[in-house]
Design a protein around this ligand. Structure first.
Ligand code: C2O
Length: 357
């Protein structure tokens, strides 16, 4: 029946997630929360009003003071919410765990886990996930312009942990990061946990060479000709209802390295280095804002041609609590235009675009 095809859909039932080497983990949403009382009341997603303000996501390394204060305050409030509030950072992080560690079986397929990594759902899912996260943060401080700062690690100036995340007295801090990589350690797209876990980071090439190498890799991941012609090389392979596919695209591969480089390199790589804990670190959302921006750069070079003109992709759907504490069903097709979602990215230089690097 796989040949017939069907979109991947999120079911109502959720069960314990499985984490390799750890066992069952509780990642389900809080069923009994608040006035919803249960999962039952789901509404279909609607775009925000076209007249609502455009949120402008700015590079984290040069976030202005006013926006930094707002962002810190919003995250502080989110962290302070009770753990069973769907808006709390605890629950927001569990969303990632649930969709990544098998807490849902695909609707209609009772043994096939819903997995949003290593396939064509990766970019749309994460776009929508951080979209709701951002709107909830805005709601918490009553500011409809609040925007996630993006970690601009594709440009040399952003190839380190952004300093806004490193102040241990700030809400943006997370202690489960690899201390050897900050401050001022250059992010290395060739970093592997395997090679570095028990050894100091390699000093063999200069920071400048690492940056140049990174930009070459970035250019290759985004603009390599076949990537532009064959979206699954960039986005990840198709997965349809009832299938389990593990074949990630070039951007996701590079993104994995950034996770592993950031997370604590103990046996299970907390927080950023492991799916089920990654989104406990506020840096996660800035990392994904950049992934999302890179997807836009890719889309723009394809003149916004839909990557997969295939209803199995376009109608795949996810469930999220929105900024009104309403559970909504949102489809991949809803994710394709940031302007419809009322956010955009501040323009920054894209030094890796040219082949001169
Ligand atoms: Cu769901 Cu950066 O991974």
């Amino acid at each position: 029946d796989h040949a017939m095809g069907a979109p991947v859909e999120t079911p109502l039932a959720c069960h314990d997630a499985k984490v390799d080497g750890i066992g069952p983990v509780k990642c389900c949403p809080p069923y009994d929360w608040g006035h919803l009382g249960h999962w039952g009341e789901i509404v279909d997603f609607k775009f925000p009003s076209p007249s609502s303000p455009m949120r402008v996501r700015k590079p984290a390394h040069r976030l202005d003071h006013v926006n930094l204060l707002k962002y810190k305050e919003a995250i502080r409030l989110m962290k302070a919410l009770p753990d069973d509030d769907p808006w709390s950072l605890t629950q927001q992080a569990k969303i990632h765990c649930a969709y990544c560690n098998g807490a849902y079986y695909q609707k209609g397929y009772n043994k096939i886990p819903l997995q949003v990594h290593s396939n064509w759902l990766f970019l749309p899912f994460h776009r929508l996930y951080i979209y709701f996260f951002e709107r909830i943060l805005g709601k918490l401080i009553g500011d409809e312009t609040l925007a996630i700062p993006f970690w601009n690690y594709d440009a040399p100036i952003g190839m380190e942990m952004p300093s806004i995340f490193l102040d241990s007295s700030s809400s943006l801090y997370d202690e489960n990061r690899d201390d050897r990589h900050h401050p001022l350690r250059v992010l290395d797209y060739d970093y592997t946990i395997k090679g570095s876990k028990n050894c100091p980071p390699t000093e063999s090439i200069s920071p400048k060479d690492t940056m140049t190498n990174n930009m070459c890799k970035m250019r290759y991941s985004v603009f390599r000709d076949d990537n532009l012609l064959i979206p699954e090389l960039f986005m990840g392979a198709p997965v349809r209802g009832g299938e389990s596919i593990e074949s990630h695209g070039s951007l996701e591969g590079l993104h994995n390295t950034v996770h592993n480089w950031t997370g604590l390199p103990i046996s299970f790589n907390f927080d950023m280095g492991n799916f089920f804990t990654a989104a406990r670190d506020p840096m996660f959302f800035s990392h994904h804002a950049n992934v999302d921006r890179l997807w836009e750069i890719y889309r723009k070079s394809r003149r916004y041609k839909t990557e997969f003109n295939d209803s199995d992709w376009l109608d795949s759907s996810f469930l999220f609590y929105d900024e009104n504490k309403q559970l909504v069903r949102v489809k991949v097709r809803d994710s394709l235009k940031p302007s419809d979602l009322r956010y955009t990215y501040e323009d920054v230089e894209i030094p890796w675009r040219s082949s001169a690097i």
